[in-house]
Design a protein around this ligand. Structure first.
Ligand code: C2E
Ligand code: MG
Ligand code: MG
Length: 611
């Protein structure tokens, strides 16, 4: 009973001898020493676990909580009393780098592998109240006396402060202290990224070097504090004027670089740069001052002006210096010619879009005459565009823009309809019969519904299809020869006349020319010009004319300017001619007068054979 109550040993009265008494006393003393040592050891462990700066959590083999120290309580939000016996995952909820709850359990792994494992650096702990805390730590197995695993211990710590500091340090390394904008280091990185993805999206990347005009003067006269505030104000304005994927960075001093990472055309960069110039030029209230500053901008564009960040920045810088030399608030592209062409094109396209509805188009008509008699055989409709600001714009300057933008389709439709209505009106007025020639561009010819469009116009205007002649260039016909042949045959079946325009300038295959149901060849004016400029080389003109004749086609010479040219062509048995020598393209009223006369004045043959 005494032993049950805690006595360590007993001696029986009367049987005590010196030996057994001594042994009992020795055992009692040794045991007491051991107990003391054990207690001290346990106490030391407990105190360490309680005082340690790290959270400590122990589980048994089933993963249930068997211990949680104070820091662990604080970090997880669970008291040990409440946590004891609960599954580890409930008390120590962790998310992986992508924010998903960690299903793989590192602690059983530590037990299974019988080794210490580090928790992945991307893990965050979800505290009981929901707060996410980045943690670092390790898990290790606990062994029993026989060396078997009996559970695991996880040691972890809250690293929010360290992470925040690390982030702050990277931010500081990559940003400008004064404005908080990315610095050159980060900008280089961003330019690199933009270049890497640009080819995939068939995009351009623009680098704009912006430098304030006369900033030094403000800094010197009003002081650095005002100067700094002005730079901050400008930084805010620039940022407010770019899109999300773009980067505004400060290079130091009064220099900023703006990266436009997704530019489709040069003009976009120009528009953005002009916006920057305007926004900087707005008055800025700094302290009690109302400051007016301007900036100059140089622009370089990837891939045209450089293939890496360094070259692009260098070239934008060069362009900026040229802009400065041009006076304050200037904008210069590294390659100005390219830019000006692009801007010109863009502006033509913009006004072309509105030209139809604003009725800025008219048609002029140039007579084609029979060389032998001077009689007018027909008219070629030539498009004229009167731009509200630029005035008369020749077709050579806008037809290709119209083709590239697809605007040639509605414009071509208008031309065809207008020309057919005009031809019908002249016929109705009883004027001598003349064919109406209309130029058809490659884009129109290849478009779906081209044939339907032509037939619809003939239907609507009631013009005799025989009176309509479509002019197509060689390259248009040859591009898709088989398809062209089918379209031409359908037109021919209706009686529409077909002419090959600018003949001799393209790549014709004679066998195709023979196959196509063509009525006429128009010899390009470059050949006609040779008659007067290099009379020794008129062999080509003669050859082309006789070739046309051998193909049994009507041959029309374009651009006849002199009587000599006309005489030569007549001598070579060229059928018809067209050119300033007979008449320039003229407005409809004037053409009606020419038609009434039946033939054109100043014609070489007309002199011999007056009307
Ligand atoms: P094209 O069809 O070869 O038209 C002949 C061009 O030569 C016209 O220029 C005409 O004004 C010009 N020309 C006529 N006689 C002479 C001459 O004696 N000397 C010189 N130097 N030039 C002469 P334009 O009107 O400027 O038209 C240029 C081109 O634009 C046309 O060449 C044609 O390809 C195209 N074009 C004109 N109108 C239209 C249209 O309505 N639709 C389409 N798709 N293209 C058109
Ligand atoms: Mg023509
Ligand atoms: Mg021509």
């Amino acid at each position: 009973k005494a032993l049950q109550e805690g006595a360590e040993d007993y001696l029986v009265k009367g049987k005590i001898d010196t030996r057994s008494l001594l042994r009992a006393l020795r055992y009692a003393i040794e045991r007491k020493v051991l107990e003391e040592a054990l207690f001290a050891e346990k106490e030391r462990a407990q105190v360490s676990l309680k005082c340690i700066g790290d959270a400590v959590l122990c589980t048994d083999l089933e993963g249930r909580i068997t211990f949680l120290n104070h820091v662990g309580e604080r970090t997880t939000g669970w008291s040990f009393r409440e946590a004891a016996g609960r599954p580890r995952a409930e008390v120590l909820r962790v998310l992986d780098g992508s924010g998903r709850e960690v299903s793989r359990d590192e602690m059983p792994m530590a037990v299974d592998l019988d080794q210490t494992l580090h928790l992945p650096a991307s893990w965050t702990l979800v505290r009981r109240d929901g707060l996410a805390i980045p943690i670092e730590g390790s898990a290790a197995p606990i062994h029993d006396r026989e060396g078997n695993s009996s559970g695991a211990v996880v040691v972890f710590r809250d690293v929010s402060a360290a992470r925040a500091l690390a982030l702050q340090m990277t931010h500081a390394a990559e940003h400008d202290l004064l404005t908080g904008l990315p610095n050159r280091l980060l900008l280089n990185d961003r330019i690199g990224q933009a270049i890497a993805v640009a080819p995939r999206h068939v995009k351009k990347v623009a680098v704009m070097f912006l430098d304030l005009d006369g900033f030094k003067h403000i800094n010197d006269s009003l002081g650095h504090t005002i100067g700094d505030q002005l730079l901050q104000s400008i930084a805010r304005r620039l940022v407010a004027n770019v899109r999300a994927p773009d980067t505004v960075s400060r290079q130091g001093g009064d220099e900023f670089i703006v990266l436009l990472s997704e530019v489709e055309r040069w003009e976009e960069a120009a528009v953005a740069a002009k916006r920057m110039l305007r926004t900087v030029a707005q008055p800025q209230a700094v302290g009690e001052h109302d400051l007016h500053v301007t900036a100059s901008i140089g622009v370089s564009v990837y891939p045209d002006d450089g293939l890496d960040a360094e070259t692009l920045i260098k070239n934008a810088d060069t362009a900026m210096y040229q802009a400065k030399a041009h006076g304050p608030q200037s904008l210069k592209f590294f390659k100005p010619a390219m830019y000006e062409r692009a801007v010109e094109r863009q502006s033509i396209e913009e006004s072309l879009r509105r030209a139809l509805e604003r009725q800025e188009f008219t048609l002029h008509y140039q007579p084609k005459v029979r060389l032998a008699t001077g009689a007018i055989t027909g008219a070629e409709a030539l498009l004229r565009w009167t731009h509200p600001v630029r005035g008369l714009v020749p077709p050579g300057e806008f037809i290709h823009v119209a083709e590239d933008s697809g605007l040639v389709l509605p414009i071509g439709k208008w031309v065809l309809r207008e020309a057919c209505m005009q031809a019908r009106a002249w016929a109705d007025a009883g004027l001598p019969a003349a064919t109406m020639a209309v130029n058809i561009s490659a884009v129109e010819f290849a478009a779906d519904g081209f044939l339907d469009g032509v037939f619809a116009v003939l239907e609507e205007t009631g013009l005799d299809p025989q009176a309509l002649e479509l002019e197509l260039t060689e390259s248009v016909l040859m591009r898709r020869a088989a398809a062209s042949e089918a379209i031409l045959r359908t037109l021919k079946a209706r009686g529409v006349q077909l002419a090959v325009d600018d003949f001799g300038t393209g790549y014709s295959s004679l066998s195709y020319l023979r196959r196509f149901p063509i009525d006429a060849l128009k010899i390009d004016q470059s050949f006609v010009r040779q008659i007067s400029t290099s009379p020794a080389e008129t062999g080509i003109v003669s050859a082309v004319i006789s070739m046309g004749r051998s193909l049994k086609l009507r041959v029309i010479a374009e651009g006849v300017e002199t009587p000599e040219e006309a005489d030569f062509l007549l001598a070579q048995q060229c059928d018809e001619a067209q050119g300033y020598h007979f008449s320039r393209p003229v407005p409809p009223r004037r053409f009606a007068e020419l038609l009434t006369g039946g033939c054109v004045p100043r014609h070489a043959a007309a002199k011999a054979q007056p009307p």
